[in-house]
Design a protein around this ligand. Structure first.
Ligand code: SF4
Ligand code: SF4
Length: 361
């Protein structure tokens, strides 16, 4: 599936799902000081517990050390040719929330992930960095301290993320960079800010950002409400702006990652739920394999005092195995408006897995 091409000095590639690394997206609480208009957190589905230190340590150990036999866990629906990893060679942990720095145990959680030998540790923050985070963690403990910003100026960012957020976030990025943290920035593209994306190029350079992630808005959590349905970006607008900005950012030496979204005719479709070792962990013990499923109680696994347990059907993995001409089955169910059909009723293009990314290095 990998596609590589050289564009002057820029290497472009489609990032393949690796069965050899385990990615743990660990939501250690769902509370947040902000109320972003596109927030995907859904406390009704994800719980409201602030995980204590013991629970974080125990769940980390289970998730990092387990030889998880996914074929056994996911049941008989999985096609025999599907290559499901059993023992990953490396584990990447991403601590998230809500706002993860609101959990006072985050610095200990980072130390524990280090002790368990995780290959990379990232924290995704909204920029507020509570509990003196920069004083309690050292730059060599984190691969990336990642900040979310949805505009190059307060007039664009703050209507989406909240008044005053741009100033706090950029101030704390500067502080983190000055202290030696490697920082990345996540920009969630919606109809409210796509025209501002080109203005991020000079800002990224000025802030000293080392990696840029462009995300597409997901119809989950708050953005799944009717009032927010106009946040989605259509294919023309995406193609008009995103690849060019990504190219410009990469030309200035900052690696960029953005979602593939549409597959070319000759590209194979793969569902990460079946071929990658990803765990989206929530404070109520739900573990999803696909982020698109997170608004529904169809998670694959549960974690708690009994360890890691498979859930009975119906669960997300029963959907992953459905082979449809539109590509991603969850997209077909949740975002049918994304798919266009020709006069014979065939989809004009297949929708890629939401976790398939393009990378410009
Ligand atoms: S910072 Fe993150 S968790 Fe908090 S409201 Fe915004 S999107 Fe939701
Ligand atoms: S986004 Fe679609 S293709 Fe990707 S894991 Fe979910 S169901 Fe599978």
């Amino acid at each position: 599936m990998a596609e590589q091409e050289s564009l002057m000095n820029i290497e472009k590639r489609t990032v393949e799902f690796s069965p050899h690394s385990r990615n743990i997206f660990f939501h250690i609480l769902t509370q947040c000081n902000l109320k972003c208009s596109h927030c995907y957190i859904n406390p009704e589905q994800h719980g409201t517990t602030v995980l204590d230190k013991e629970t974080i340590f125990e769940w980390l150990r289970i998730l990092v050390e387990s030889e998880i036999d996914l074929r056994q866990l996911l049941g008989p629906h999985v096609a025999p040719q599907v290559n499901i990893p059993k023992i990953p060679q490396e584990t990447n942990v991403i601590f998230l929330g809500g706002e993860p720095t609101l959990n006072p145990h985050l610095p200990d959680a980072i130390s524990e992930a280090q002790r368990l030998g995780c290959r990379s540790i990232t924290v995704d923050s909204n920029g507020y960095l509570f509990h003196d985070f920069l004083e309690k963690v050292s730059p060599d403990q984190l691969d990336f301290l990642s900040f979310s910003l949805d505009g190059s100026k307060p007039a664009v960012n703050d209507p989406i993320r909240g008044e005053g957020v741009f100033d706090v976030c950029t101030r704390n990025i500067r502080k983190a960079v000055a202290k030696g943290f490697a920082t990345s920035l996540i920009f969630t593209v919606s109809s409210k800010n796509i025209d501002d994306l080109p203005n991020m190029v000079p800002l990224l350079r000025e802030l000293g950002i080392e990696r840029f992630f462009i995300q597409v808005i997901g119809i989950r959590g708050r953005s799944a409400g009717d009032w927010a349905s106009n946040l989605q970006v259509d294919r023309e607008n995406w193609n008009r702006i995103v690849p060019e900005v990504a190219q410009e950012v990469a030309s200035s030496g900052i690696p960029v990652t953005y979602p593939k979204v549409y597959l070319d005719e000759n590209e194979e479709f793969a569902c990460a739920g079946l071929v990658a070792d990803n765990y989206f962990v929530f404070p109520n013990g739900r573990i999803y394999r696909c982020p698109l499923c997170e608004d529904y109680p169809i998670h694959s696994l549960e974690i708690g005092h009994k360890g890691l347990m498979p859930r009975p059907p119906v669960r997300e993995s029963d959907l992953f195995v459905l082979d449809i001409p539109e590509g991603c089955v969850l997209n077909k169910i949740l975002h049918p408006g994304n798919i266009r059909y020709d006069e014979h009723g065939r989809p004009e293009s297949r929708i890629a897995c939401c976790m398939l990314k393009e990378e410009l290095l």
